[in-house]
Design a protein around this ligand. Structure first.
Ligand SMILES: O=C(O)CCC(=O)C(=O)O
Length: 280
């Protein structure tokens, strides 16, 4: 990412996460709920002290120079290369810059729960994270989508997403909404927002009945887990505060497919990003 600080400098600046004995696990009922509905909500997988610590690190990342591309902070709803304050900002893989994030109760609990939900041995889980935030007064929704619609069309995945807010979230500041049971559908047709392949965020193009959707109201330090085909969206953030979430994808090693999926929006976005990167 576009910043001068080394791993060591960040470790010196922020130190380790506050000591915690938070160990959160789930049982068969939660696994069954996830299989039936495509998601699970856990009210607390971190601690108050850790959330304060994480907020400082999050704010440091957001204050770094923006790149407008995937190597730094970029706006999910503006064309690649946009350097203005993001409406919906994203930074990929903060853990590569600051591996101490792996020492948090939040990450360790999320990983344990993901392992149970995916029903795989502990040593088979891979992970990457992203920071995703909505600026104060952001009118943009994160459109209805399935996460798998973003991914490599030549691979099959066993994966799920974990989404952990760093402040309380509800309908007033852009919480997630899930459509229970929708994970049983195939990946639907998507397009880049406003049909512009230079805009990263995707939206489903097929008609959707979202009348059964549920808001995922969570306190800071809680987390939700969702299947990569679960339809979900996040509302606007009309509040005065930044809505910050630390999302983590947990998966086994993806497997090569004999035939790639037909999802033309993926290549359209990659081509447009490569074009704009070459002009940077
Ligand atoms: O935070 C948001 O606005 C959307 C996050 C999301 O869709 C995800 O993490 O899968």
């Amino acid at each position: 990412m576009k910043s001068g600080a080394s791993k060591g400098e960040l470790a010196d600046k922020f130190g380790p996460p506050p000591a915690s004995n938070s160990v959160v696990d789930i049982g068969q009922d939660e696994v069954a709920f996830f299989q039936e509905n495509g998601y699970l909500v856990c009210p607390q997988i971190s601690t108050d002290e850790e959330i304060v610590w994480l907020n400082q690190i999050y704010d440091w990342f957001l204050a770094q120079p923006r790149s407008g591309f995937l190597d730094g902070v970029f706006d999910l709803v503006s064309p690649y290369g946009t350097l203005e304050t993001p409406k919906i900002g994203q930074l990929l893989m903060p853990e590569k810059k600051f591996p101490t994030l792996y020492d948090t109760a939040l990450w360790k609990n999320a990983r344990r729960i993901a392992t149970r939900l995916l029903k795989v041995p502990d040593n088979e889980i891979e992970n990457w994270g992203h920071l995703i935030y909505k600026s104060p007064g952001c009118a943009n929704v994160t459109p209805w989508h399935q996460d798998e619609a973003y991914w490599d069309v030549s691979l099959d995945y066993l994966a799920l997403g974990c989404w952990a807010p760093l402040q309380d979230v509800d309908e007033s500041n852009g919480c997630l909404w899930f459509l229970p049971g929708s994970h049983r559908s195939n990946v639907m047709n998507h397009r880049h927002y406003t049909n512009d392949p230079a805009i990263h965020v995707l939206e489903v193009t097929e008609p959707l009945d979202t009348s059964d959707a549920v808001p995922v109201v969570l306190p800071a330090g809680g987390a939700s887990f969702h299947h990569p085909r679960l339809l979900h969206y996040a509302g606007p953030n009309p509040s005065n505060g930044t809505r910050k979430a630390w999302a983590n994808e947990f998966q086994t090693a993806p497997r090569k497919r004999a035939t790639p999926h037909d999802r033309p929006w993926v290549k359209a976005g990659q081509d447009e990003m490569a074009k704009r990167l070459s002009e940077r």
